[in-house]
Design a protein around this ligand. Sequence first.
Ligand code: AVJ
Length: 325
Amino acid sequence: MLTHDMIASTADDFAVDVCGGLTKPGQKELPSKYFYDAIGSRLFDVIVELPEYGLTRADERLLREHAREIARQTPGDVILCELGSGSGRKTRCILEAFASRRYTRYYPIEISPAALAVCQRELSDVPHVGIVGLEREYLDGLLEVAARRDYGQRILVLFLGSTIGNFSNPADRKFLRDIRNILQPGDALLLGTDLEKPIPQLIQAYDDPLGVTAAFNLNLLARINRELGASFVLSQFEHVARFNCATRSIEMHLRSMRRQTVAIPASDLTVTFKEGETIWTENSHKYSLDELACIAADSGWVSKAQWVDRQWPFAETLLAIENVE
Ligand code: AVJ
């Protein structure tokens, strides 16, 4: 069995995380961050275009409609940094709003080098903006941005697209508190969160009739085959999206359609799946506005403003750190 100390690099983190997730007693798991290799990032760019998946369009609408107000509510010399910037498409209007008043530095933080490259290319023509891409885990990247802050500058963190929903409760609260603890009074966080909506609508969004989300999910096994030399037979696993009423989250799983054994040489592992057994690959929590207010307070943030989309229930919340007397 491989341990963390025996190996250092990202590829090997992948091998260790796969081993850890697939040897977990009870429910087998794989971290959703590994969806985003080059193929996965492209499949996600297709998902956000699907009629059934309205989340990203709602996020974009709110950002476009309220970018100037968000900039007005965050005065002074502001550094922008985005956790999980993806292709960066929806961030353009925010950059333009801040850069219209002064030169603005923007730090997209992304673990997918493919997505980071697209983001830098996508936004390189926005005037008065300096882009410094950081291929890091979220908090490592934020620590680096905080260390680069000049005197008198404040930081606005963008955490959009309801990626916070991938953190199961209470990990979401802990993550927001970790961000808060890296920052200072006067700094702020713009948080995008998908809201509760009818379950059939959610199932459609995560199990679309075209099968793009199924491909996005199965690509995780294909990635393990490509990068860790595994022997997953993709046609022997099926995509499952279900709503967990207790946690009010959409869960994505990959179900084994028969008893089978898979070798994963780079993880020094052979794992057997029973027929019907699943691998849990993603949690996407759907928030209520009351819950958001509690989470903000519990994690040391003060809510300054909030906007909710009318077409697809989604909230953009501007949170701030106030001086603690
Ligand atoms: C990018 C994590 C917000 O949870 O809705 C899309 C990823 N998963 N379709 C989400 C996703 C399945 C998405 N997030």
